[in-house]
Every structure is written in structure tokens, then in C-alpha cells.
Write a new protein. Sequence first.
Lengths: 265, 386
Amino acid sequence: MMRLFVEGIGVLGPGLNGWHADRTVLAERKPYVSAPTVLAPSEMLPPPERRRTGVPVKLALAVGREAFANAERDASATATVFASSGGDADNVHQICEALASPQREVSPTRFHNSVHNAAAGYWSIASRSQEPSTSLACFDASFAAGMLETAVQITVEGRPVALIAYDQPYPEPLGAARHIGANFGVAMVLVPQRTPRAFAAVEVQLVAAEATPSSMADPGLEALRAGTPAARSLPLLGALARGDTGFVVVEYVGGNHLRLAVAPC
Amino acid sequence: MNCLGRGLRAVATALRERRSGLAPCAFDTVALDTYVGEVGGLDDYRVRGELAAYDCRNNRLAQLTLEQDGFAEAVGRARDEYGARRIGVFLGTSTSGMLETELAYRRRDPKTGALPADFRYAETQNAFSLADFVQRSLRLGGPSFVVSSACSSTAKVFGNAARMVAAGIVDAAVVGGADTLCLTTLYGFHSLGLVSSAPCRPFDTARDGISIGEGAGFALLERAPGSPAAGTIMLLGVGESCDAYHMSAPHPEGAGAKLAMQRALQSAGLTPPDIDYINLHGTATRSNDASEDKAVVDVFGARTPCSSTKGWTGHLLGAAGITEAIISILAMENDLLPGSLQTKELDPALRCNYQLENREQRLARVLSNSFGFGGSNCSLVLQRAA
């Protein structure tokens, strides 16, 4: 059993414009109305980098920034874990189209943005953080894998870690081969001990058995959860938004799941 | 497994005989004037039986590599000892099965633009495909994921696995990974002007870029026994950092690289004189080698012998970390300090103790560097127990 404390959350998705802005929607106390995810270039980046970023970087930087602002914690001194199923989906499509054309001209910026850790790279530049950063992929269970890795790092190293998960839908024709529901990002600043900013405790347990994952009551939020790997965080966000004492189940791989026991603190 | 051959013995022999695996690029339909470290025989090889859906160049190489050196059998023994759910699978790759998608884009329906019906995204292109495939192939049921941070990926997984063991989540872990040739990396690095037209020449005055290679490697990590038997290979330390500088250029003073090496030493409880040899990242681009040289000299001074082994293998990108960790282990097991291959004239502006010739020397502890795009750095400290 690994125990963490939540200091700050950031969230951005369709009809979800921040932890504070839409906490009551996440708590399912106010109706959810879907709308295209509002994306903007991050003011955290210097102008040359800002122009080069795709959707996943915009998502990751926006939610990371909100989570650290809510936590009132210094991002430059905090380790990070990034989790995404497929990274920059537009970029992959553009590169594959270019490579299927006779000229095969790949843009250098597109190429360096094609690495799965592009969001982590831009985040480190934006936050000036030289602390360790891990970029993970675990298909539909990417959020669960990121949560497990974050909990392990906090437990073993005894220091704060920010988890940032994000996903972007593929354009066609790749979209037909891999469905991702929406542009969605979530960030959580998690710490090993209770601090004045901490508002909830989460006990993370890897359970070696299949289990039915927790779901959302609202059909729109449930569709978002089921269709977008990073949005598998929604039941946890809901429990935290309501201030529940209880647990949520997030499916993982290999017949395992994560049991996340939450309680206000 | 890489262009030097199949299995530990083939790689060790090539190192001793100073035989490079680099050859003029004849991969797919690539029309670039460059050398590559291609693994032969993958085009006609197939992923087996019930995992046939995972068939792609990257998983083919992973499967072939699992079959070398009794690795799958060793994992089988660990499975009997600990249980399938107590063994994690933490693997790295940069491009996974991207080649499948590149090839599928050549076969799009002329009317609808659709990809061919036989294209399988989850089992090939997706980064997690590799760990999913290896976990199923080895019949394991513990935690798993893929770390994909470009050229540091398969070094960083040693850190993930060590933490999972330390936290008591698993008793053992399969680490390593695979990265195989694809057009994205060949044309992408070319677009950045980072590919040499000759075999790469690390730390040479005339170095002008990388040679891209492909490879795979795996290691089984277990909790260290109280008193390890002589010859046991131990992971003493892992150091990770970010440059926080640029997406594709290293920090000119090697600030992030320096932090990674210092953190690796610190986590191992060692000081610079304890390291007998440094296996450098040494990609042979002008800026990478200059930056790493500054970082090494800052941490170690100009005394510790070091070299890059990319003149043998080329740059294996996401597989560089595990490949060079294994080369470091082979160096310790064979009392062989590998000098650089392809390097003719050592750049006088570079100050570390760079070795050009192989040396027979007892090596107890080695540090291996892996640095990647996005400023992702990782250093490993490995030891052979006396």
C-alpha cells in the first residue's frame, strides 16, 4: 500500500476548463455539457518553442501549470511522470503522409516533436526543471501505469512528483484504426507527506485480479472516460471533487487493476 | 541482438575483433547516402503462433532476442520462483512498430484514403505493443509499461524496475527493449542534418553525424542478495535528469548530462575514482560529443578511461541504453576495455580520457550514459561482484 497526498489538480477536456472552473461538474453535481477542448499555446514557453507545439504539448502544459498553481509548488524542483497512449497524433499522420509521398520530406520540427517525450521536453524547458522525468505509454491503461509509477517514485524517493496524462485523437485514416475520444489532459501534484496545501490522501494498491472499473454516472462523462486513456482518471477526479471517502478502481494490464482509496485530509 | 550478431558471444567477439556492423544503407526503399547497422534476416522472419497479430519488425527482433542466451528460460525459472504476477515488464522503445504504419500509408485506398484492412495499430505502432508482446510471450502477469523518451528509453527502464522492486511491487523485472529501422528516424535525423554519410566517427575531429542502427536487448533484474556470488552483475545506481534547454540540441555545457552522472554516482554511493570505464553516449554529432565531453570532464576530470561503442553498432536510438549496458557488462566479464571504432583522429578540443584502442584490463565498475531528444538523460552504474 502506497500513500500519497494531493496538493493540486489541473484538468482540460471537452467542456472541462479547469479543476476550479468545473469541479462541481467533475463531482457530477452540475450537468456536464460537452464542447470542444479549449487549447491555447502555453505562455510558459519562450516564443520560438511556443510556435512549434502541437495539441499534446498544449494539453500537458496547461494542466501542469494549473496543478502547480493550485498546489502553490515550485515546478522547477519537482520530478514528473508523463503518461499518454500515443503522443502527438497529428504529427504521426503528417510524417507518415510525407514518407508515403515521392519527396519524403520530413520537417525537422515535426521529427523532434514525434518523440513520445515531447511533452516532457517542452515541460522541462517551460518549467526550467532538471528533475527526473519519465514518459510512459500503456495503451488504454496509460493513466493507471502513470499513477503506479508516480506512487512508486513518491514512496521510494520520498519526494513530490507531478503526474501529467494526456491524449489526442488521431485524424483519419489512423483514427479508424485507433479511436481516442477527445483531447484530454489531467495533472496531479502528489506528495509523500501531508502538507498545508494537501486536501486529500490517496492509497494506491496494485491488485492482481480483474475488476470492473469505476465509471461515471453521466453518459457524456462516461463516454469520455471509456474512450480516452487519460480520461480514465475521471472517477478519481470525481471522488476527489466530491471529497468522498471510498475507493475507485482503474483497470490496468496483465489482469491487474489499481485500487485507489481516497479520503479528505 | 544488433548488427554485430545474435547473442552475447557474437557481440563480445565483434568487440574483441574490432569488427563493425555498419554497412551502406540498403534498407527498404530508403535513398539516403548513409551507413546503417541493420539486423539481417528480419524481413523473412515472423512472430509466432498465438501472438502472430503482433508481427512487425520491432516485435520480430524482440522475439529473436528473447530466444538468445537462454533468456526466456531464465525468466521461466524466475516465474517458477516468484510467480508470474510478481515479475514486472518495463521496456523502452522510441518508434515501436512505426514501420508498419509507414508501409500502410503506401497502401491507402485510392478512393477513401483508408488504411489497408490488415493494418493493426494496437499490436504494432503503439508504443506499448512491445511490452504487451514481451509480457505475453514470457507468460508474465505483473505490472508493465513502455518508457519512450527517445534515446534514453532503455537506460531509464532500469530505474523504473529498481524502484518497483524497492517499493515491493515486484520481486523481479524484465528490462530492456527494442528499436528497429524505420523511415521516420532515417529521414527525420537526415532532415536535422545529423546523419553522417560515412560510418559514424565518435569524438573524431572530422565527426559529422550519427549512423542509425537497430537492436534489442533484455535483462532480468532481481533484488540483490546480501552477499552476491563472484561474477554477479549488479545495478548500483541510476541517475536521471532533464536538460530543460532544447528539444533536439544538447545543453552546450552538458549541464543535464553532468547532473545524470552525479546522481548515478550518488545513488550508487560512489565517487568518480570508483568508476573504471565510462561507456559514453558518444553519438558522433559535433554538438553531442562536445557537450558530453565537458560534462564528463566536469565530473570525472580527464583521468577515467572512456569511449563510445557506436562505431560498432551505430546509434540504436531507443535500444542504445540496454545495448550499451550489455556491452558494459561484457567489458567487465571479458576484461576488455573497448576503444573507439571508426575514430581516426581524436578531436584535440575534447579533453576526456578517450580510448582509441582496445585494452585488456580488469573492470569492476562501469558507468554508461544515454541521452535523448527532449533533453532526457540517464546514467547507469554497473558492477561485477569480485
